[in-house]
Design a protein around this ligand. Sequence first.
Ligand code: CTP
Ligand code: MG
Length: 391
Amino acid sequence: MSVSSPRVAVIVVAAGSGLRLGVGMPKAFVPVAGATLLEHAVHAVNGMSHRAQLVVVVPSDRLAESGTILGTIAPHALVVPGGETRQASVAEGLRAVDESVEIVLVHDAARAFTPSQQFDAVVAAVAASGEGVVPGQPVSDTIKRADAESRVTQTVDRAELVAVQTPQGFPRRLLVAAYRAATGEATDDAALVAAIGHPVRVVPGDALAFKVTTPADLARAEQLLHAGSSEPRIGLGTDTHAFGGDGELWLAGIRWPGEPGLLGHSDGDAVAHAIVDALLSAAGLGDIGSVFGTEDPRFAGAHGETFLTATRQRLDEAGWRIGNVSVQLIGTRPRFAARRAEAEAALGGALGAPVSASATTTDGLGFTGRGEGVTAVATALLLRRSTVPPA
Ligand code: CTP
Ligand code: MG
């Protein structure tokens, strides 16, 4: 930053209640990919090449929580309580801006993924023009007017339309004057500046500066942030059970009449359990004990299919689909080869994904060689359910 750079402040308004999003909490405090929208928005401000005073406007009952959230990522931020409307919230923020500031940017926390460059571009345009500046994008839909009976009355010329975003930037004195003169509610800050007779110009906006307003916007935001981590993930799982159960043998999701049962809180299906651990590990969701609880009575005596189905649901909720699973049984019995296809169909059916199963012995060595128990080793590949963020 050169000595002649203007002093800049950014007001992030985050005091709305997020009614249209409808998650029962103020929008700025809703998490996306592990961080609140407010944090994402502040990270964008932190990424500016201009250093700026940061003023964050939050709901009055969230002051303490906001201070904690901002404590580490923006320790110098001023946190002030907002008002009933966005305009009232901006007015509160503007009051907190330092008198020495020359350029003020007003930004919606709800446009949490706005690139830092957009902030810098707005500062540069205000500095160059001395006027109000809004980022905007051409409108791609055809826009029509319709009357109260839903009859189209006019097609609007799209060439002169701009969808306006934030941050909107102004010389501080101009914005203060506009807010002082405001008589009613305007839809944005630029409208108040225009109302006192000052020009406002448009600079190119960015699709990433979309406003999180509805649940669909939130889903889009989640997908956007996960798009960078859309690589497949692998996981490894093993399990061992000893023979000696009083029941019949269940292994690889199928029943083995005439074979000795395995010991375990559930049915002892080491093949299914190894697969579950591989899947949970690939998703970073823990392991079979931490997710299903080995003491949980719902899983007492449960067959492998129960765990596989429940795991598939967990993965689905976390946005994963199963690419494939490979599993190997290590043991002298049962004789696996003859029923391999049946086992693969049972396991694959429960997971909704291809499962390849194989078996091997250990040349008579170890507990598996002595026929005391079986071990299974599984690997799993997971893919993001959708890697393309919708437009
Ligand atoms: N905002 C604010 N104070 C208000 C109302 C809105 O600071 N009284 C902020 C919001 O937090 C948001 C931005 O202004 O960052 C844009 O408003 P909007 O998208 O309408 O958010 P909400 O008002 O929270 O949502 P809704 O209208 O669905 O309730
Ligand atoms: Mg609102």
